[in-house]
Design a protein around this ligand. Structure first.
Ligand code: GLC
Length: 483
């Protein structure tokens, strides 16, 4: 099948969160199963200045054309690059994308309006004979409407099928309906008839929910939450309209990248049999570098963006209760207030608390390998990737039972040692989190039991293969194609 993924980010070129991992890993798996997959992304400054500079010869300028945004005429260049069997297309326009960072600018709506219009032009110009256009999150949400209403597509009887995956419902691409005309060349009828209308604004995400053939989110539990209005950010009524075409498919992780048996980034490699010794050594090496006095205490690790979604304030509240009995390693960066509190706690509890601000793949692998327990008490979590990576490294996740965390972690309840691979709690409050943390500390003394749970975690199947089959099932259903 010919599949085009459209997103604001994808590994290994542009990443702000889990979306980039998913777009890339799912595409790789689809290629492995014999499909043609392309990914189209904005040509961000970082890609141009870093990757392109080093791999000049691999980039090919395949097309240039104007993009009309009512009175604006914007340049678009399309660059092509082959990577791991996937064809990447980069949409080049320096006014919009030659900046530091991916999102968060005042003109994001205009930037992504341009991106959506440019992708439509590109699809029509290149005649890619696509079976499916798979759009991810709001940044690609207007493409179905633009393509379905484009007279050139109609003349050529070109109607590709669309799938939308919602990775984070908090971001909806809301804008003043005036810009339907001013950016998208669209009539306000799409606002009046409700196609794009959401909470008295127009919304990229609403348009995609209304017009894609199928809609997915990244775990079955989160799909139920969106329908029930839990962490749905007001989208429940819209999603209910499409209830029969909507479901959850859990993400996987790249099992080659995250494998303690042959991971060059960690201090000592290990497998299920050597997990206890392996962890101990990784822990000692990592904590030595951060001046922690007693590295043999249990280690709680965190690798996350420091945002309120991730439950970071609960972890910060828990530190005074855990310090002395355990060490805590925090890796991440994000909201200033949370960073400041983490800095303060590191000062107060310097014997037990280490913090690495920022993100580094190298450090992240080391933290997963060193941690006995992995903290992920998210307020909401459509899927979550950290808990699955933690499993791969035998770090037992401590999660709140929300979204994908509920679907991927089996909490220890005292009687399920044969299957438990982490700890879980329901109530989003400090006492809620402390419960499983204290059970985890108790378990630390029971070597065999701890090892058994770590082995359950390491043996768990988080490969992309199964989820990729489910996506293929969706593509087959909407296209009527067998392969
Ligand atoms: C978003 C969600 C996260 C999910 C990721 C990839 O970042 O917050 O839960 O794992 O997308 O789908």
């Amino acid at each position: 099948m010919n599949i085009l993924m459209v997103a604001g980010e994808s590994n290994p070129f542009a990443k702000s969160g889990g979306l980039a991992d998913v777009v890339y890993s799912l595409s790789k798996e689809l290629v492995k199963k014999g499909n043609n997959v392309s990914i189209v992304l904005p040509f961000y400054k970082k890609i141009k200045d870093q990757h392109m500079r080093e791999h000049m010869k691999e980039y090919e300028l395949v097309k240039t054309f104007p993009v009309y945004m009512s009175w604006r005429v914007q340049y678009c260049g399309v660059f092509r690059l082959e990577h791991e069997g996937i064809t990447y297309y980069f949409i080049d326009n320096e006014q919009y994308f030659y900046r530091d960072g991916l999102y968060g600018f005042d003109d994001d709506i205009e930037r992504f309006a341009y991106f959506n219009l440019a992708v439509v032009e590109f699809v029509l110009h290149m005649q890619l004979k696509l079976d499916v256009i798979h759009v991810h999150d709001w940044q690609a949400g207007m493409i179905p409407l633009l393509l379905k209403t484009d007279f050139r597509a109609a003349i050529n009887y070109y109607v590709p099928h669309f799938v939308l995956t919602i990775h984070n419902p908090a971001f909806q691409g809301k804008f003043d309906p005036y810009y339907l005309g001013d950016f998208f060349n669209l009539s306000d009828v799409y606002y009046r008839d409700g196609t794009v209308r959401f909470e008295n604004c127009a919304s990229f995400l609403k348009a995609a929910i209304m017009l894609c053939d199928k809609i997915t989110t990244v775990s079955p539990t989160h799909a139920r939450e969106l329908l029930n209005g839990e962490h749905a950010y007001g989208l429940q009524d819209v999603i209910r309209l499409r209830e029969y075409d909507f479901f959850g498919i859990v993400n996987g992780v790249d099992e080659e990248e995250f494998n303690p048996r042959n991971d060059e980034r960690i201090f000592v490699k290990y497998d299920e049999k050597t997990v206890l010794e392996g962890k101990k050594k990784n822990k000692q090496e990592l904590l030595k570098k951060f001046g922690i006095k007693n590295p043999d205490l249990p280690l709680f690790g965190l690798v996350s963006r420091l945002t309120s979604q991730k439950g970071i304030s609960l972890i910060l509240d828990a530190i005074p209760h855990l310090s002395g009995k355990a060490n805590i390693f925090l890796l991440g960066s994000g909201e200033k207030e949370l960073e400041d509190r983490a800095r303060f706690l590191r000062e107060c509890y310097s014997e037990n608390v280490a913090v690495y601000f920022g993100y580094s793949d190298d450090m992240a692998h080391k933290v997963y390998a060193a941690s006995d327990y992995f903290l992920m008490p998210s307020n909401y979590e459509p899927c979550g990737i950290g808990q699955m990576i933690a499993h791969r490294y035998g770090a037992l996740p401590i999660v709140r039972t929300t979204g994908g965390l509920k679907d991927t972690v089996i909490g220890f309840d005292g009687n399920n040692l044969n299957i438990a691979d982490g700890f879980s709690f329901d109530d989003y409050c400090l006492q809620g989190l402390l419960g499983p943390c204290l059970s985890a500390l108790d378990l630390f003394a029971y070597r065999d039991e701890r090892k058994k749970m770590m082995q359950n975690a390491m043996k768990k199947n988080h490969s992309w293969s199964t989820s990729c089959e489910l996506y293929l099932g969706v593509y087959r259903e909407i296209t009527g194609k067998k392969s």
